[in-house]
Ligand binder design. Structure first.
Ligand SMILES: NC(=O)c1ccc[n+]([C@@H]2O[C@H](COP(=O)([O-])OP(=O)(O)OC[C@H]3O[C@@H](n4cnc5c(N)ncnc54)[C@H](OP(=O)(O)O)[C@@H]3O)[C@@H](O)[C@H]2O)c1
Length: 304
């Protein structure tokens, strides 16, 4: 089978699409015929050798996938061959950008009926990250106000949609180009982060959800009400003492929550550029800044 692999850490050029043996599902794993796999900033972190959780090369890139179960490993209950599933391969965030991938059964769920495989593969880590930021770590509730830093990004746009759906006010920190998108997601208050001293326009908020980091995040911290929650998904920065950083934990239960939200039309997936597996290296170049459509980059791999 074909897989997008790296044999050494480095720039996008280290990615090769090559033939490797098909994985076989271990205990509590399912073997998925991959229809689509997401491409994400943490793939670049892994490719560059900066991830604290991923293995040494050679390795197959990719964590998010959507596809059809081909086989189940020992101990798997609740899934069977031909089930359409979406989710994540494993806590090392590797192995999805291939024609077949082994995935831990506790990290996948039935694919939402309302999404095709490309849309479903775009969602798991970013949507679960947004859900955990908003509801688990910030404990945001109806009537509160949250500041979303990087609100038009992949994680940010889910956080915005989930907050609006839950009756939580959103203040979006974004680039002005993304104003139309944010208005379409229901945001009323948008602050342009390129404006000098933008932080002076911020209201006091109950929580800050940061997906950007660095000085943009630091300049927002004073907007937090006493006792408010400061949550970030960005690991590569010095953090204020009260900040909560976490790695997304994709579980069947959380994916089922997302499935309900997708199938009820309460959140939508935002897919950007779609490429074949043979262009996995180009997808990594897009992560590094090559032009691409706004929204999640997805590799379309198999055809149902
Ligand atoms: N901890 C975890 O488990 C976890 C899980 C998921 C993601 N992450 C991390 O979370 C971060 C966001 O991921 P993502 O997939 O949402 O990335 P993304 O789609 O690239 O989103 C980042 C967004 O922030 C915007 N942005 C960048 N600098 C900005 C600034 N100064 N002011 C306002 N907006 C700014 C970007 O706009 P432009 O595109 O216009 O620059 C983009 O819309 C990444 O660092 C990723 O590695 C961590």
């Amino acid at each position: 089978m074909k897989a997008a692999r790296i044999h050494s850490f480095g720039p996008p050029d280290v990615v090769v699409v090559e033939d490797v043996p098909m994985p076989s599902p271990g205990p509590n794993e399912v073997l998925v015929r991959v229809m689509a796999a997401g491409v994400a900033p943490w793939d670049a972190i892994i490719r560059e050798g900066k991830s604290k959780v991923s293995p040494q090369p050679p390795l197959t890139l990719g964590s998010d996938l959507s596809g059809v179960i081909e086989k189940v490993g020992p101990g798997v209950t609740g899934f069977a061959p031909t089930d359409e599933v979406y989710g994540v391969t494993n806590p090392q965030f590797c192995g999805a950008q291939a024609e077949f991938a082994a995935a831990m059964s506790r990290m996948v769920a039935r694919k939402p009926q309302s999404l095709n495989h490309v849309e479903a593969a775009s969602a798991p880590v970013i949507a679960v990250t947004a859900w955990q930021m908003l509801f688990q770590y910030a404990e945001a509730m109806r009537g509160q106000t949250v500041l979303v830093v990087g609100a038009a990004g992949n994680v940010g746009a889910y956080a915005v949609q989930m907050a609006v759906d839950a009756g939580i006010q959103v203040v979006a920190i974004a680039h002005l180009d993304d104003e139309d998108l944010l208005r379409s997601l229901g945001v009323k208050s948008i602050i342009d982060s390129s404006k000098p001293a933008f932080e002076q326009d911020l209201p006091q908020v109950d929580a800050i959800l940061d997906t950007v980091g660095g000085s943009t995040f630091q300049r927002c911290v004073a907007a937090l009400k006493p006792g408010g929650k400061l949550v970030t998904s960005v690991s590569t920065q010095p953090l204020p003492a009260e900040a909560i950083f976490f790695y997304a934990e994709v579980t069947t239960a959380r994916l089922q929550t997302l499935t309900s939200l997708f199938d009820a039309g309460r959140i939508t997936a935002r897919v950007g550029s779609i490429l074949p597996l043979s262009e996995a290296r180009q997808a990594q170049r897009m992560l590094a800044g090559a032009p691409h459509k706004s929204g999640k980059i997805v590799l379309q791999i198999g055809h149902p």
